[in-house]
Design a protein around this ligand. Structure first.
Ligand SMILES: [Zn+2]
Ligand SMILES: [Zn+2]
Length: 281
């Protein structure tokens, strides 16, 4: 099973992406949570265009995939988990938990450091919130994350399977929790103990800084509860809340070339954690 998954890695990734994307897109059509403020045709080409760009850039610039590095690390005994003699299942669970915590900490960091926020705010500048928002990240943020992940794999020494499962899971949950989909309130309340739900992550896309700086988790919801960054619902309610940030509200900003330039324009603004606006509002 393990070697089969690793041998067919690109197909596993693309297959999971395609299936989850189509499933979410269909769910959004059948049971939308909010009425979209902008036509899909204005947002989807740019949001999906940036996915293609990100994928190509990572392939060109990053010397090895995290899965490949995990194989090298296992052969050479690099990293904590390759040094400890733990049962395979325990090492697997610890690796997935540690990688997920890393993504949470990295996300907080991208909100806390003004220069990093400039990169990450492109994700927040989407004027609607749907499955394509989940893949809308600036290429420089994607390259930085890839570097951080490689360093973490070298230090932690997770198995290649743990890395692959984690990456496919994160990709799928990111599309799920950005979905403009309706879930019965009771199901959402129960589900958000296990995985970050769309209603939970939508709070993070609110224009209000004190809501933007909550719910940093992308996959497991526990870190926000543990570290005090959890907020259950947006003050204005899900249907009436404003999505986006106060900058870049002109619909022309939804075009790909504008998105790419956003990090280098204007001020960092009042959003970075602990720098004013978010404390008061
Ligand atoms: Zn964010
Ligand atoms: Zn998001």
């Amino acid at each position: 099973m393990e070697s089969y998954l690793l041998q067919h890695e690109p197909w596993v990734r693309m297959g999971a992406f395609g299936l989850v994307f189509l499933g979410m897109a269909l769910w959004e059509l059948l049971a939308p949570r909010r009425i979209l403020a902008h036509a899909r045709v204005r947002r989807w080409p740019s949001n999906l265009g940036i996915v293609v760009l990100d994928t190509l850039l990572v392939r060109l610039i990053v010397p090895t995939a995290a899965v490949g590095l995990a194989i090298v690390a296992a052969e050479r005994g690099w990293g904590l988990l390759n040094q400890l003699q733990l049962p395979a299942w325990l090492a697997f669970v610890l690796a997935v938990l540690a990688l997920d915590l890393l993504i949470y900490v990295q996300h907080v960091l991208f909100h806390a450091v003004p220069a990093l926020w400039r990169l990450h705010r492109m994700h927040h500048a989407d004027l609607d919130f749907d499955v394509t928002t989940g893949a809308r990240f600036h290429p420089v943020e994607i390259l930085l994350s890839a570097g951080i992940k490689l360093a973490a794999v070298a230090a932690l020494g997770p198995s290649a399977l743990a890395v692959l499962v984690f990456e496919v899971l994160l990709n799928a949950t990111a599309m799920f929790n950005h979905g403009n989909v309706r879930l019965p309130a009771g199901v959402d309340r129960w589900l958000r103990w296990i995985v970050v739900t769309p209603d939970m992550h939508r709070v993070h896309h609110s224009i209000a800084p004190r809501e933007t700086n909550r719910n940093f988790g992308f996959n497991l919801p526990w870190w926000d509860r543990l570290f005090g960054t959890y907020l259950a619902q947006p003050a204005a309610g899900h249907e009436r809340m404003t999505i986006g940030i106060s900058q870049f509200r002109d619909p022309a900003e939804l075009r790909l070339h504008r998105m790419l330039l956003q990090p280098f324009r204007d001020e960092a603004g009042g959003y970075p954690l602990g720098r004013g606006a978010e404390a008061g509002k």
